[in-house]
Ligand binder design. Structure first.
Ligand code: ATR
Length: 283
């Protein structure tokens, strides 16, 4: 009998691979009381996200994943937050305990780092550029800085947001050097010196990259947090044309999901079953 329900809150969620990934994980471990459901929450009329989050408690859910555009919007409705989620300022996982307390976590940055580690990507001494300064960018920056990266470049359309992000991370890594530029400044500076470029803006930035005729190079690894199910994202196609190595967000999806799974079930996530469910090759 289904007793332990979790799911994903976002808009839209119909292309999310999380439901199939977690369902396979439950099956692999024989957790027949668990179930993972998509929960699309429309942004209009306003206030629906609050109703949805509080509804999780009312309905006896065990937790949820949270995706765009609600990773920040759910924060005020938590009873507590992990320290990491507080520093990042975004939540991708909610756990609900037996007393109905909602605790917000963020597993995105750690999921990203685990994917890099599994693929033997070295970050020590690497020159890293993150495109974007939203919740996903903050999670990636947190992961990299807490693994000892000492120098980081952030480029964002709205420079003020990237400057705020730098302030936020000052305490986490006071000795790290974080450079912040807007996109015009990035274009003047060029991108050829970076070893690892992480895109957190979706395909949004692709028009800008094409307009500025940005080329990626063979010594670079381009990591796009998005994943397109049928073919590579536009940015990864551009990167492949330049001979760069490419990684899609599927690996990070796997590992952030595995960490969420472990928070909810207290059991080690069956990585191979989850990998197979989302069509991700062994590293
Ligand atoms: P997420 O949680 O996925 O990070 P977010 O917090 O809304 O989502 O952040 C989206 C990021 O993508 C922002 O840095 C945004 O830039 P702004 O801060 O200027 O809004 C960036 N972004 C979105 N669409 C973009 C586009 N068309 N061109 C460049 N950057 C874009």
């Amino acid at each position: 009998m289904i007793r332990d329900v979790v799911g994903i809150i976002g808009w839209p969620v119909d292309k999310s691979l999380s439901p199939i990934m977690h369902q396979h994980a439950f099956k692999a471990l024989g957790l027949s009381s668990w179930c993972y459901v998509p929960m699309p929450v429309a942004p209009h009329p306003p206030g629906r996200i609050e109703q949805a989050v509080l509804g999780l408690r009312a309905l006896g859910f065990r937790g949820a994943n949270v995706t765009a555009p609600y990773k920040e919007a759910v924060i005020p409705h938590m009873d507590a937050m992990s320290e990491r989620a507080q520093v990042i300022g975004a939540i991708n996982t909610i756990a609900i305990d037996d007393q109905g307390q909602l605790v917000g976590h963020n597993t995105d940055g750690e999921g990203f780092i685990r994917d890099l580690r599994e693929r033997r990507v070295k970050i020590d001494g690497a020159s890293v550029l993150i495109l974007g300064a939203g919740g996903a960018s903050r999670a990636i920056a947190h992961g990299l800085l807490s693994r000892g990266l000492t120098s980081l470049f952030i480029a964002n359309r709205t420079k003020g947001k990237a400057l705020k992000m730098r302030e936020r991370f000052h305490d986490l890594s006071a000795e790290a050097n974080i450079d912040v530029v807007d996109l015009d400044e990035l274009a003047s500076r060029g991108t050829s010196s970076f070893d690892l470029i992480v895109n957190t803006t979706g395909d949004g930035i692709f028009c800008w990259l094409s307009r500025r005729d940005v080329k990626f190079l063979p010594h670079q690894l381009i990591y796009d947090l998005s994943y397109a199910v049928k073919e590579p994202t536009e940015i990864l196609k551009l990167a492949a044309r330049g001979g760069s190595k490419t990684l899609s967000g599927l690996g990070m999806l796997l590992h952030q999901g595995a960490l969420s799974f472990e928070i909810w079930t207290n059991k080690q996530a069956p990585l191979d079953a989850m990998r197979k469910a989302i069509g991700l090759d062994q590293p």
